[in-house]
Design a protein around this ligand. Sequence first.
Ligand SMILES: Nc1ncnc2c1ncn2[C@@H]1O[C@H](COP(=O)(O)OP(=O)(O)OP(=O)(O)O)[C@@H](O)[C@H]1O
Ligand SMILES: [Mg+2]
Length: 271
Amino acid sequence: MSYYESLGLSKEPFSTSPDPDFFYRSSEHNTALHRLEIAIRLRRGLSLILGDVGTGKTTLSRALLQTFDGEENFIFKLILDPTYKSEFQFLSSLTKMFGIKPSFRSTLDYKEAIEQYLYNKGVDENKTIVLLIDEGQKLSHSFLEILRTLLNYETNEYKLIQLVVLAQMELLPRIKRIKNFYDRVTLKYIINPLDELETKEMIKFRLKKAGLNSENELFTPSALKLLYDHTSGYPRRISVLSHNALEHIVMEDKKMVDKTIVKKLIAQEVA
Ligand SMILES: Nc1ncnc2c1ncn2[C@@H]1O[C@H](COP(=O)(O)OP(=O)(O)OP(=O)(O)O)[C@@H](O)[C@H]1O
Ligand SMILES: [Mg+2]
C-alpha cells in the first residue's frame, strides 16, 4: 500500500511532475494563463513568462496546452530543453519538429523551409502555430537570433509563429541587451510566489484533487503557517515539504501534520 493510500487518498498529492490536474489557479498563475491565451489567440508573436526556480513555469505550460486541448486550429510544438550544439542543429531540430525536409542543407535553406511551412499552415490553412520553449534561460544568443528571424515572418495582420518562452529570471538581463529581440516581446509576465492564503489553498487544493474528503484535514493551521514562512510561497518548496510531512506522519503513524513535525523536517533540510 502506498503511503498516500493509508491517508485515505487515491493519488499522490504532492508529486513533483507538472500535472495540469494538480494546477492550482493562484492569481499569478491564472493571470499568466489568461494573458498567454489571449496573446496566442490574437497571434501577437512573442510571449515571455519569467519566474524564479520552482515558481510553476513548466506546470503553467502544461495547463496552457490543456486550455487548447481539442482545438484543431492550434498546433503546439514543445521544446523542453533548448540546448543545441550549433545553430544548424537548432534549425534542423525545428524542421524535424515541424515535419519538414529542406531540399538543401545550408542554414538559409532551413530558414526558408521553415518560413514556407509557417506560411502554408498559418495562411493557407489558417492554423496558429505555437512554439513553446521551456528552460528558456538556456537559449544562447545565436538561438535567440534565430527566434527573432522566425518572428519576422508575418502577414499584415499577424505573426506566423507564436513563441512562448518560459524562463528563469536570468534570461531577462540577457535579452534586454538584444534590443531588437526585447522590442518584440508583446507579453512579459513574471510569476511571483504565492502569498500565505494561496499557499494554504494550494495545499488544500492538491489534497482534495488527490481524493481527500473535504471534512478531513491533514495539516494543522500552525503547520500550514510555518510551511508558508519556510517556503516563502514557492510552489516547488511547498510541494516537497508537504510531501515529506505526509510521509512522516505515515511512518510515525500519526493523523495530522502539526507544527512540530514541520519544524523537524525543516531542521533536517538544513542539516
Ligand atoms: N499553480 C500550481 N499549482 C499546484 N502546484 C504547482 C503550481 N505551480 C507549481 N506547482 C508545483 O511546484 C513544482 C514546481 O513547478 P514547476 O516545475 O512548474 O516549476 P518551474 O518554474 O518550471 O521550475 P524550474 O525553474 O526549476 O524549471 C511542481 O511540483 C508543481 O507540481
Ligand atoms: Mg520548469
